[in-house]
Design a protein around this ligand. Structure first.
Ligand code: 1HE
Length: 264
């Protein structure tokens, strides 16, 4: 399919130690085509090589309108399956990669856009955000990992409700459901996301790796296996030189004392 000449699809820039990855296809509401997935994959690879955290957001009025339906309509069955599997690969590189991702959400976070948002580690939504899963209406099903990630994030009953009834969910509802962690005023999600990503970038690299890679795997284990895996991961992180230095910095100099919250 011919590229939209005006669209760069994905923009990438560094803000300090944080990679800012921008879905940049506003004319199509940042709908995710095959080319967008490949451009996103490239940005993820670059971020893993040079950033300590990343922020994902979208240009225009909406974060993301989900799967590019115009492209999808033309696909034979096997390409549709392979396309979905490619989304799984790319989103898994976000979820279980090397650096933490924060999503700054606004406007529509719909279908595959919600699946993309569900693959990051921290979600921030501004007051204009709305969430929907219109797959049922379109005669299709989620294919970007939503039946696993969204169902685990908010519960399969809520996800089923959204898919069956077309329920459009507000940011406040989504926060109550556990699907977003921070709410902001209109237009303020990106700054908040950058602030949170900058904070996460300051953690020990191997602790972040363990958080990204051990937590979702332990969730999939039995309690007994999970506790065992936790002990191993815990011991492994503690013997890194970085952990030794950070523990000494607190014990010897009181560095990084935990502060009580000031803004409720
Ligand atoms: C698109 C898409 C798209 C917009 N694929 N072209 N996703 C959906 O079912 C959501 C479909 N989109 C919408 O409901 C609305 O577009 C929005 C609420 C997101 C935004 O509304 P609005 O009024 O700002 O924009 P618009 O006028 O509807 O759309 C502007 C253009 O973007 C228009 O094209 P134009 O050539 O007529 O200007 C739209 O056709 C185009 N556009 N969304 C292709 N999604 C791995 S499986 C995942 C499964 C799914 O994601 S299913 C859900 C798909």
């Amino acid at each position: 399919m011919a590229a939209d000449p005006d669209d760069t699809l994905i923009r990438y820039e560094m803000r300090g130690d944080v990679a800012l990855i921008t879905l940049d296809r506003p004319a199509k509401r940042n709908a995710i085509s095959d080319r967008v997935i490949e451009a996103l994959d490239k940005a993820i690879t670059r971020a893993a090589s040079e950033a300590k955290a990343a922020v994902l957001h979208g240009t225009g009025k909406h974060f993301c309108a989900g799967l590019d339906l115009a492209e999808h309509r033309e696909k034979p069955l096997i390409e549709a399956v392979e396309g979905s599997r490619r989304w799984h690969e790319v989103f898994a590189r976000i979820e279980r990669g090397r650096i933490p991702y924060v999503a700054a959400l606004h406007g529509a976070v719909v279908g595959g856009g919600f699946e993309l948002a569900a693959s990051v580690h921290v979600r921030v939504a501004d007051a204009t955000t709305f969430f929907a899963l219109p797959e049922g209406t379109r005669g299709i099903f989620v294919g970007g990992g939503g039946s696993v990630r969204i169902a685990r994030l908010i519960g399969s009953a809520r996800m089923g409700d959204m898919m069956l009834t077309g329920r459009v969910v507000t940011p406040a509802e989504m926060e109550r459901w556990g699907g977003v962690s921070y709410l902001t005023d209109e237009g303020a999600a990106l700054d908040r996301a950058l602030e949170l990503a900058t904070r996460a970038a300051e953690n020990a690299e191997f602790s972040n790796y363990a958080i990204l890679n051990a937590l979702p795997r332990i969730r999939d284990m039995s309690s007994e296996d999970g506790l065992f895996a936790e002990s191993l991961m815990s011991a492994l992180t503690s013997v890194t030189p970085e952990a030794k230095e950070r523990l000494a910095a607190f014990l010897d100099r009181g560095a990084g004392k935990v502060q009580a919250p000031t803004d409720g």
